[in-house]
Write a protein that binds this ligand. Structure first.
Ligand code: APR
Length: 230
């Protein structure tokens, strides 16, 4: 039984990280969507770095929740047959114990040097333009896939989707591609677990509405309980 799980900001909402499109308003007077672009970074790198510095710092104030932990339990049972593909740039899946996590949109705790192309685990700020530990240039940027950039590792994700028996989408509004199309590419049965129906809900064979901390552990129990994944 091979399962691909796609997660979005909704799975981390109950840990205290705000989602992108759930009426959180502005950040320093800017729409967060408009900060997450290469053009914004070209125009005002310090502003974009501050936005991500704040989000990186916020990671140390939050903990994985019951939904992250349930997916880690599922990996313990299924091993290589489970792949979590996340649009999230937080590290809550890993801190819950998941090891097979593919970050489509990069990670906050990674910095990428645009001079030497090295990536470094990073916990501190970048707005003060620290030197790259590898080449010394002050050209580190958040290792985040911005709007208009290409998501990481789509070949891996496509292969997993084409050969899976179940595809489960959790906590994503379904408006950002390519993730929004995964339900159409997935070979097996499809299920959505979300607070409200996503934009693409009609593409799923089944949809359940509610908070991730209730829906995900319940679904994992079904999968593990009777050997017949739903
Ligand atoms: N449990 C389950 N779902 C929830 C919860 C919750 N507790 N809270 C919110 N949601 C749902 C919302 O109803 C919404 O459908 O999670 C979804 C979050 O949607 P978005 O904020 O659009 O986040 P996401 O789909 O992950 O965004 C995709 O857009 O801005 C970019 O790169 C960014 O990765 C991000 C991408």
């Amino acid at each position: 039984m091979r399962i691909v799980v796609l997660t979005g900001a909704g799975i981390s909402a109950e840990s205290g990280l705000s989602t992108f499109r759930d009426a959180d308003g502005l950040w320093e007077g800017h729409d967060p969507m408009q900060v997450a672009t290469p053009e914004a970074y070209d125009d005002d790198p310090a502003l974009v770095q501050r936005f991500y510095d704040e989000r990186r710092a916020a990671l140390s104030t939050v903990e994985p929740n019951a939904a992250h932990r349930a997916l880690a339990r599922l990996e313990t049972a299924l091993g290589d047959d489970l792949l979590v593909v996340t649009q999230n740039v937080d590290d809550l899946h890993e801190r819950a114990g998941s090891t097979r996590v593919h970050h489509l949109h990069g990670r906050l705790r990674s910095a990428w040097c645009t001079s030497c192309d090295q990536r470094h685990e990073w916990d501190g700020p970048l707005a003060d333009r620290p030197p790259c530990p590898a080449c010394g240039e002050r050209t580190l940027r958040p290792d985040i896939v911005w709007f208009g950039e290409i998501p990481y590792g789509m070949d891996v994700v496509e292969r997993a989707l084409w050969s899976c028996d179940r595809f489960v989408s959790i906590g994503t509004s379904g408006v950002v591609y390519p993730a929004a199309a995964f339900v159409q590419w997935a070979r097996g049965r499809t299920l959505e677990l979300n607070l409200e129906p996503s934009v693409g809900v009609s593409d799923f064979e089944e949809s359940r509405q509610g908070p991730a901390t209730h829906l995900v552990p319940a679904w994992v129990e079904e999968v593990l309980g009777d050997g017949g994944p739903k």
